[in-house]
Design a protein around this ligand. Structure first.
Ligand code: ATP
Length: 258
């Protein structure tokens, strides 16, 4: 089942054309890692897909009413600061607003499940504004999980998390996909993306440069051309292993003393 469909999506910001001719479908069972250098257009793509930015072309989610969209897709934005002086459990429960009857046992179960999944039990009664940056990030991921939608759209979900929490979040997203949900997440950690995503989509200057299984996408040529690095990707016993080596000679050129 297709959970998100983008066709010929174009987005301009100011006088600048940021995305051009994006065709992308995300299906149930997929964990799609959206990759690309800074400024490639990842956040723009995710926000336009959700109808949060004006765009030309089509997004299946952007065409929905806000209420239907909130039941179809949860969104974890890039900004992670929590401004509401509320207990952690109340912030996570905000994810249930899309569902009528927010105090039903089903809602409490979804909140408790999300709190447990993000290891937030010891923090559940704390004022969320008093938490560290990484703890606040985990609370907002839990809020998105509590929304219990077929699709989860996450903008840099592992940014600011310690290594164990980052792996835990990636495993959680992979489990959601294995259970038949869809996940699309922008990521900068190519190692985590290669290991946990079922599919990688690489953006380069507003266009899709590659789309497919990690081992087929992260080729030496693409890594040099799009990311300016040399790296090695091999198949390990537990999945793909990504080993960055250096800046590619082309990328290092401007920094060389001559
Ligand atoms: N409001 C705006 N006005 C003009 N240009 C913008 C605006 N917002 C974003 N851009 C430009 O659009 C391009 C894509 O930005 P976007 O935030 O989507 O990139 P990104 O791939 O998410 O980057 P990062 O990895 O740094 O988060 C960038 O060149 C950015 O400068």
């Amino acid at each position: 089942m297709t959970l998100l469909s983008l066709s010929s999506l174009d987005v301009a910001r100011g006088s600048c054309r940021v995305l051009e001719g994006i065709d992308l479908a995300v299906r149930a069972g997929e964990f799609v890692g959206l990759l690309g250098p800074n400024g490639a257009g990842k956040t723009t793509l995710l926000r336009a897909a959700l109808g949060l930015l004006p765009s030309r072309g089509g997004s299946s989610l952007a065409r929905m009413t806000p209420a239907d969209r909130a039941r179809a897709a949860a969104f974890l934005p890039q900004a992670r600061e929590i401004a509401w002086p509320m207990p952690v459990s109340a912030v996570v429960a905000l994810g249930r607003i899309a569902h009528p009857g927010m105090a039903a046992p089903r809602d409490r179960e979804a909140v408790d499940r999300a709190i447990a999944a993000l290891d937030l039990e010891p923090l559940r009664d704390r004022d969320a504004t008093t938490l560290s940056g990484g703890e606040q990030a985990r609370v907002l991921i839990a809020r998105a999980l509590a929304q219990d939608t077929p699709l989860l759209v996450a903008d840099e979900p592992v940014a600011g998390l310690d290594p164990a929490a980052g792996i835990r979040v990636m495993q959680l997203f992979a489990e959601l996909a294995a259970q038949g949900r869809g996940v699309v997440a922008s990521l900068h950690d190519l190692g985590l993306a290669a290991r946990h995503c079922t599919r990688l989509v690489v953006l380069d200057r507003g266009r899709i440069a590659a789309d497919g299984p990690p081992m087929q996408v992260l080729t030496p040529g693409l890594l040099a051309r799009v990311f300016g690095i040399t790296a090695h990707l091999s198949q390990g016993p537990d999945g793909p292993v990504f080993q960055p080596l250096s800046l590619s000679p082309q990328a290092a050129e401007p920094h060389r003393d001559s």
